[in-house]
Design a protein. Structure first.
Lengths: 625, 640
């Protein structure tokens, strides 16, 4: 065999760094531009983002689909005394999310032609945002992850606050405060995890793979209470970002006020941070609590699906309508994640890509007529298909993709999510499927009011159809819509290995958890043996579904999980699920609250940082047990 | 070669859709008509190939690529040709071809000519995908695809609000049905662990293996059957999801003929017949199919009695005839259902196209009260329409007689309420005959009710319109002979032809020959009675209908207003949902509760900050007071 040229090796081992920091480097270079040269700044920003896209194609080309682990890894000590590394890697879960980012950013840059004010700063923020987004998907070190997570927030804050619409300040503040609450909680949880892991194993590190494997191998065991608190902290950060009902109200405001490019990236990529975090961190790190809360979270997801769709239906503003439709679509993603089936998870990841593409495209399309008419109110339009036939056709295809027409991308993800969920709980899937009907209602209704009919409003009479630049930013999206709809294997196969590994991790963790929880659950079972739940647990079905569940029910916790996940196949199971989940929730929170109740105010005041030492002591005790 | 059949129309759609704006009308027509014609020829070839194969080698299966795969779930993009889908591809491409030819003349002066043909070709593609699919999910692709084309074609004249509304309504009501279909697919997967027809049906034998608690094996199959039927009821316009079809008449008339009469609306019947193996194990679901079918047959026919729009009468007639097909399916006679599907495709396409010819000649008028005497002006249209009327009314020996009789005979033989279902069917048959002859008489006979001022030079249509009419008329006359029952000396070819594919469960002819002949006579008598009544009402004593409508006013207005079903849906479903979403969910829950809470926390923080600011007043005495208070509290805590 021949050896690869040296520069190829350099690219191979540093590709992630190159992809991540190309936009940031570009942002740095834009500083040296004269702000008068608007055209060349635009072109330069576009070239940089295209370059990042081309680099990211290397990831796909060299990705090994059979390898479930992180690839293209880099790990360089950053702050060794604290155990912080510059560590990155990509697996089947994050691969296409990076591609999505690098694909959407150039399109967003193309959609920025109406920005003339403070152009240089605008593109600097856009490029920094892209680096931040890629970094979140690529980083394998908690500290690095958190840095990117926050880095991403700042440019978006400015994009909304400076280049946004009328209520931009309110929207930007709301966006930042909502997200900050979540990220601060996450930071606390990350630091807590750092100390707990360090105390238990002796190595203090922020490395995600290391902590994860310590948890998976049993070298680090979290007590139920600790796991619960950590889960809740991470979950809140992610749920706000998703946004999961009822944490969603920042989204419509942020979307409406953001400039077109901001909305595209916000909906296309930023919302995926939340769902990505759930898949990457919540499931493998806290498998037990994830399983326990799955019914509750799924229910929130289902509520979000229906609620988002219903509220979208009555919106007078096109951007707000699309924003609420996002709440509905992201509900599907969360539902898929917490189905713990391969179909549900792969469908959820697929749906992340779909939503990025379809909703990104919808915002681009709304931006097109906003640039022409400076309004987004549906009632201002009507009959646009007469004047802008090409635009109407593009809009129709994207609409159909968004409502999940089979053969286009949206269907594959939605169907797999529903299929996975159906295997776990029929009723949940059926209610979620109602969202599919509603999506047709609100999208087609909007389409009809905007595109069909006669041109009643004189200001619409002379609208120009899509220009070359606008076609250029929409054609890649149309290609993706058809490609992902017809040939899903190309995107699904690279996910297989990583998703299977993830599922195995969450399943394996459950058995150990059973041992820990054995004591109090057995007490609980005795108490409940007379109740209907207890009885229903004893019935076993002979079906494939039932059989697949048997593996889970080998342990006491498995049995309680069965009541959580599958028990509601029986009539009236839905509220049994909630009740049992809340019951366990109450059981778990009581011991967790005890350290707080025991502490005295003075003791609190004397400590420099409140939470980490506190959790650290607690973790010490529990971990050494 | 099977893939060529759907690909050709898709190619036509793509060519016309992308480049159509710059092409001449002749070229657009040749691409559109040519692609369907070629597709028809390939379909005939494939059909003949299939016939030449021995039964053991059927069905012909070809998988092209894996469409979706996740875990053990797998959906192929693959086609399956057996007798059932073979019959369907011939109907779809054959009738489709005729309607393409007709459209070339009918739509000649329309703006968006290329768009029309692109949609129509796309429709043929999806319809062929639907019938050729070898698994439920691919069938669902075609299923939603034809719905999309239906949406686009109903809304073809999108500047008219009524057309745009009708398109949207069709899509959304169909989605309600699709909800059932998609759940059925998932239940099928989690029961059988696969979704391809062959795989699912072959596992049906192992009855104990797929019992899902708490339903049991019969329960789960019944659930699958009912969910599938919900899908079928949406697409095939059965009660209570039929409401979109009459509105769909807003589309161009050839579309009504192709999509809303001959092919797409029969997809539900095809799907039930395809799933016969499942339904045969689910008697409960079959009963529901039969009852809904019979009810829809009589319900829609009764609305058709009083409608005055030529296309709407035909639309309600379609709904009613589809009811017959489901009645036959529900009685387990899938072959009879498919037989009626085929003859109906001919005579209903014929009737719609002839109605289109009338509308074309009248310059767009659709109200039959403004017509009359057209027989002299439009002789060919009249003749073909007459054939269609005789066929649908069930006058022997035209096609409708045999197929409707097969459906009714199957209903009679059904163990559950068979006689009652038969009776409903016979009454509906007399209704059918009445409203069709009423339509015929008011349109073509008597003296003209229009003046030359209203309508300029009423004229017969050009040949591109008349030739398809004549071909379809010929088919409507002879197609019935494919299924002459044994009592009339035939050997029911179509029954034998479809039996292997349709998993016919019941043995034929439970009743005796005499019974069968008597029933046949009764149903023919009912048809004749309906025709006679129409003759009495509209020829002998034309004042009678008016007097009757005054005397039985409430009954008349209920039927004229279609039993107010649309209004009920509006006030029970649409209005409350929109109001709840707007007023409660958005304005109250979202804006007031959640945002109120969020902003409230913000205000609380700011307010408390403003309040606490007073602590730092700058006066030493205030600070001393605070220190004292704090010291007291700390001591109190430790002393407690």
């Amino acid at each position: 065999m021949f050896s690869r040229p040296k520069h190829m090796e350099f690219v191979g081992s540093n590709i992630l760094t190159i992809v991540t920091f190309t936009p940031a480097a570009g942002a740095l270079l834009i500083l040296f531009y004269n702000r008068a040269h608007a055209r060349s700044i635009r072109t330069f920003a576009l070239i940089i983002t295209l370059l990042a896209f081309v680099f990211s194609l290397y990831l796909v080309a060299r990705f090994d689909s059979s390898n479930p682990d992180f690839q293209f890894g880099v790990r360089v000590p950053w702050m060794p005394s604290l155990g912080i590394d510059y560590s990155m890697g990509v697996d089947g879960i994050s691969l296409f999310l990076i591609l999505l980012t690098t694909l959407l950013t150039p399109l967003a840059i193309l959609a920025s032609s109406s920005i003339n004010d403070r152009l240089r700063e605008y593109f600097i923020f856009m490029l920094l945002l892209e680096s931040g987004m890629i970094g979140v998907f690529a980083s394998l070190d908690f500290f690095l992850f958190y840095v990117f997570w926050e880095v991403m927030l700042i440019p978006m804050y400015f994009l909304i606050g400076v280049w946004g619409g009328e209520r931009r300040i309110y929207a930007a503040m709301k966006f930042v405060l909502y997200t900050m609450i979540g990220s601060v909680l996450m930071l606390v949880a990350i630091i807590a995890l750092y100390f707990i892991h360090g105390n238990a194993t002796g190595t203090f590190t922020f490395s995600y793979p290391q902590i994860q494997s310590a948890l998976a191998s049993g070298r680090l065991v979290l007590s139920p209470a600790i796991e619960l608190w950590l889960f809740v902290a991470f979950f809140l950060a992610f749920a706000i970002k998703v946004p999961l009902f009822p944490f969603h109200t920042w989204l419509p405001d942020a979307h409406v006020e953001a400039p077109t490019a901001g909305s595209v990236l916000l909906a296309g990529v930023l919302l995926k941070m939340g769902t990505y975090g759930l898949v990457r961190f919540s499931l493998p790190l806290f498998p037990h609590i994830s399983h326990l809360f799955a019914p509750l979270i799924s229910m929130l997801a289902v509520v979000g699906i229906i609620y988002g769709a219903l509220v979208a239906m009555v919106q007078p503003d096109m951007k707000k309508l699309v924003a609420y439709s996002s709440v509905s679509h992201l509900g599907f993603i969360v539902l898929g994640i917490f189905s713990f089936t391969i179909q549900g998870l792969e469908g959820a990841i697929y749906q992340m890509l779909n939503h990025g593409i379809s909703t990104g495209a919808l915002f681009l399309l709304v931006g097109v007529i906003y640039d022409r008419r400076h309004t987004r109110l549906i009632e201002e339009f009507g009959g646009l298909a007469n004047r802008m036939p090409v635009y109407a056709t593009f809009f129709l295809i994207v609409t159909l993709s968004s409502i999940g027409l089979p053969g286009l991308n949206g269907f594959v993800g939605e169907f797999l999510v529903l299929l996975g969920t159906f295997g776990v709980n029929h009723i949940r899937a059926a209610v979620a499927a109602l969202g599919v009907i509603l999506s047709a209602v609100y999208m087609l209704w909007m389409y009809q009011r905007v595109m069909w009919g006669r041109v009643e409003n004189d200001r619409n009479a002379s609208l120009a159809d899509l220009a070359g630049r606008e076609r250029a930013m929409l054609v890649p999206i149309l290609i993706m819509i058809f490609w992902m709809g017809m040939y899903s294997s190309y995107f699904l196969r690279p996910m297989d290995a990583s998703v299977m590994k993830l599922l195995n991790q969450t399943q394996a963790g459950r058995v150990e958890y059973a041992r820990d929880l054995n004591t109090f659950l057995s007490a609980q079972r005795r108490a409940r043996s007379a109740s209907p739940i207890g009885r229903s647990l004893k019935t076993r079905s002979a079906s494939p579904i039932g059989r697949s569940l048997k593996t889970r029910s080998a342990s006491p916790i498995g049995r309680s999980l069965k009541s959580g996940c599958a028990g509601s196949q029986q009539a009236g199971g839905a509220d049994e699920v909630v009740r049992s989940a809340l019951h366990v929730f109450a059981e778990l929170t009581t011991p967790a609250l005890q350290p707080f109740l025991r502490l005295r105010p003075i003791g609190l005041a004397l400590r420099p940082a409140v939470a980490p030492p506190l959790l650290c002591e607690e973790g010490n005790v529990l971990a050494s047990k | 070669m099977l893939w060529l059949i759907p690909i050709l129309p898709l190619l036509g759609a793509a060519l016309n859709g992308v480049f159509g704006k710059r092409l001449s009308k002749t070229l657009i027509t040749s691409i559109a008509v040519g692609s369907v014609a070629l597709s028809f020829l390939v379909a005939v070839r494939e059909f003949l190939t299939m016939l030449s194969l021995p039964e053991s080698q059927l069905p012909i299966l070809t998988d092209y690529f894996t469409w979706i795969q996740a875990g053990r779930f797998q959906a192929q993009f693959g086609f399956m040709l057996d007798h059932l889908s073979g019959l369907m591809i011939l109907i779809v491409t054959g009738v489709g071809f005729l309607i393409h030819v007709y459209s070339a003349g009918y739509m000649a002066r329309e703006e968006g000519f290329y768009r029309y043909f692109a949609y129509l070709n796309l429709f043929v593609f999806f319809m062929l995908t639907l019938v050729l699919a070898d698994n439920y999910l691919l069938m669902f692709v075609g299923w939603e695809g034809v719905g999309l084309c239906s949406y686009l074609l109903i809304g073809f004249w999108f500047t008219r609000k009524s057309a745009a509304d009708a398109g949207k309504k069709a899509f959304i009501v169909n989605r309600v049905g699709d909800f059932g279909f998609i759940l059925a697919i998932m239940l099928i997967y989690w029961t059988f662990e696969r979704i391809d027809f062959q795989g699912v049906f072959s596992r049906l034998g192992e009855a104990s293996d797929f019992a899902v608690e708490p339903l049991g094996s019969v329960g789960v199959l019944t659930a699958i059957g009912l969910l599938l039927f919900l899908g079928a009821a949406g697409k095939s316009a059965q009660f209570p999801l039929y409401v979109w079809l009459p509105d769909a008449m807003e589309g161009p008339t050839p579309v009504s003929a192709l999509i809303h009469a001959a092919t797409m609306v029969t997809a539900g019947v095809y799907m039930v017949a395809r799933s016969a193996a499942i339904y045969n194990h689910a008697p409960g679901a079959l009963l529901v199919v039969a009852v809904v079918g019979a009810f829809t047959a009589i319900f829609a026919a009764s609305i058709g009695l009083v409608q005055t729009d030529i296309k709407r009468v035909l639309a309600y007639s379609t709904v009613s005839q589809l009811g017959y097909m489901f009645l036959a399916c529900g009685a387990g006679a899938y072959a009879a259902a498919m037989f009626h599907l085929m003859t109906h495709a001919f005579f209903k396409a014929l009737l719609f196209l002839a109605a289109g010819s009338v509308i074309h000649g009248m310059g767009g008028i659709q109200d039959i009260r403004k017509m009359g005497g057209l027989r002299r002006v439009m002789p060919w249209t009249h003749k073909t329409f007459l054939v269609g009327t005789l066929a649908i009314a069930g006058i022997p020996p035209l096609a409708g007689f045999f197929s409707k009789d097969a459906a009714l005979w199957a209903a009679w033989n059904d163990a559950n309420y068979g006689k009652l279902l038969w009776l409903v069917g016979v009454i509906a048959a007399s209704f059918t005959s009445f409203y069709m002859f009423r339509l015929l008489i008011l349109t073509f006979y008597g003296s003209p009710c229009y003046t030359e001022q209203d309508v300029h030079h009423v004229h017969e249509s050009p040949n591109s319109i008349l030739i398809p009419l004549i071909v379809l008329a010929a088919c409507s006359i002879v197609a019935g002979f494919a299924g002459v029952p044994p009592v009339l000396g035939g050997d029911n070819h179509i029954q034998q032809f479809l039996t292997p594919a349709a998993h016919e469960a019941k043995s034929e002819s439970l009743g005796t020959t005499a019974v069968e002949l008597t029933l046949m006579a009764i149903s023919t008598g009912a048809a004749l009675a309906g025709a006679g009544l129409a003759y009495l009402f509209y020829v002998v004593r034309p004042a009678l209908p008016e007097r009757l409508s005054v005397q039985a006013h409430s009954m008349y207005s209920i039927m004229l207003n279609k039993y107010y079903v649309d209004e009920i849906y509006d006030s029970v479903v649409v209005w409350p949902v929109v109001r709840m979403s707007g007023e409660f969910l958005w304005k109250f829950v979202d804006a007031f509760m959640i945002d109120g809470a969020v902003n409230g926390i913000g205000r609380l923080v700011r307010g408390s900050g403003a309040g606490l600011r007073h602590m730092q007043s700058g006066y030493v005495r205030t600070y001393a007071g605070w220190i004292l208070l704090g010291g007291v509290l700390v001591i109190a805590w430790f002393l407690k």
